[in-house]
Design a protein around this ligand. Structure first.
Ligand code: NAP
Length: 261
């Protein structure tokens, strides 16, 4: 079969598990990440799962590095069938101590990293008349959740960017998929209070849902359904004044809300 996939941020969490599960399904996997030891470990896990690994050390937040990484992929494999743009960071910021740097740093990775990779891979996919770009956004992009402004805003930006690209690329043979997980176990969620993460999924389960959703040809992949229903149909549609009140109550409660998914 030898289909070719890129997974950014494959040194831990969803990205590493995506790389391994895709390798098991017979994919050749290009992996990126900034931590050398973890990248080597993930590449070894891909090989152990029966796949071919192309490890690319470096950041997604630098256009030149991304260009260089894609040139390597092109040279080795001639291009990509799927690009899963997963690299991302979380973090908390209370607007009472607003830091523009936190917004800039989060957008550098979560939004610009996605944009640099889209710029790199889309021309070849459009020319080939096939290919899939799937980026990991989040249910957190549906509303400005308390104390996570930079993260929520970055995921809203990613979802909107992808939706627009999806429309532009209709008829070209290139698919754009928005991935909106709820809480899935990873290094990111390990830094949270587990009791505050409703419907937390095992990494293997969350990743299986992502792969099956993309394979099924869905435009947007939301899961788990319980949290998706609540966020998309209830929270997202609440009038602003009511949402503000609920959020303010949450903020006043003894235990602050977890970093949103
Ligand atoms: N886990 C959840 O509940 C959840 C829910 C919704 C959405 N998400 C999204 O899922 C994605 C993966 O997160 P995760 O939960 O698996 O967290 P994670 O375990 O912390 O993994 C994040 C990955 O992103 C990579 N990364 C971070 N900054 C990077 C950069 N500048 N360049 C290249 N790679 C970078 C990290 O690798 P290096 O540190 O080695 O660079 C790591 O491999 C993120 O976009 C996150 O926002 C997660």
């Amino acid at each position: 079969m030898n289909r070719r996939v890129l997974v950014t941020g494959a040194t831990s969490g969803l990205g590493k598990e995506l790389a391994v599960q895709l390798a098991r399904r017979g994919w050749k996997v290009a992996l990126t990440g900034r931590r050398q030891a973890q990248l080597d470990e993930a590449a070894a896990a891909v090989k152990a799962a029966g796949g071919t690994a192309l490890a690319l050390l470096g950041t997604t937040s630098d256009a030149a590095v991304v260009k260089d990484h894609y040139a390597r992929i092109r040279k080795e494999w001639g291009g990509l069938d799927w690009a899963i743009l997963n690299a991302g960071v979380g973090g908390r910021m209370d607007a009472k101590a607003f830091e523009a740097k936190s917004v800039v740093d989060t957008f550098e990775i979560n939004v610009f990293g996605v944009a640099y990779w889209m710029e790199a891979v889309l021309p070849d996919m459009v020319a080939a008349g096939s290919g899939t770009v799937a980026a990991v956004s989040s249910l957190a992009g549906y509303r400005g959740f308390p104390a996570t402004g930079p993260y929520s805003a970055s995921k809203a930006a990613v979802s909107t960017l992808l939706e627009s690209a999806r429309v532009d690329l209709l008829g070209t043979g290139v698919r754009v998929v928005t991935l909106c997980p709820g809480f899935v176990k990873s290094e990111l969620t390990d830094r949270n209070d587990a009791k505050q993460m409703p419907f937390l999924l095992e990494t293997e389960d969350g990743v299986r849902r992502i792969i099956e959703g993309v394979e099924a040809g869905r435009r947007v992949v939301h899961f788990p359904w319980q949290l998706s229903l609540f966020v998309i149909y209830v929270l997202h549609n609440l009038p602003g004044w009511f949402y503000d009140r609920i959020s303010a109550r949450l903020r006043r409660s003894k235990r602050p809300p977890a970093q949103q998914p």
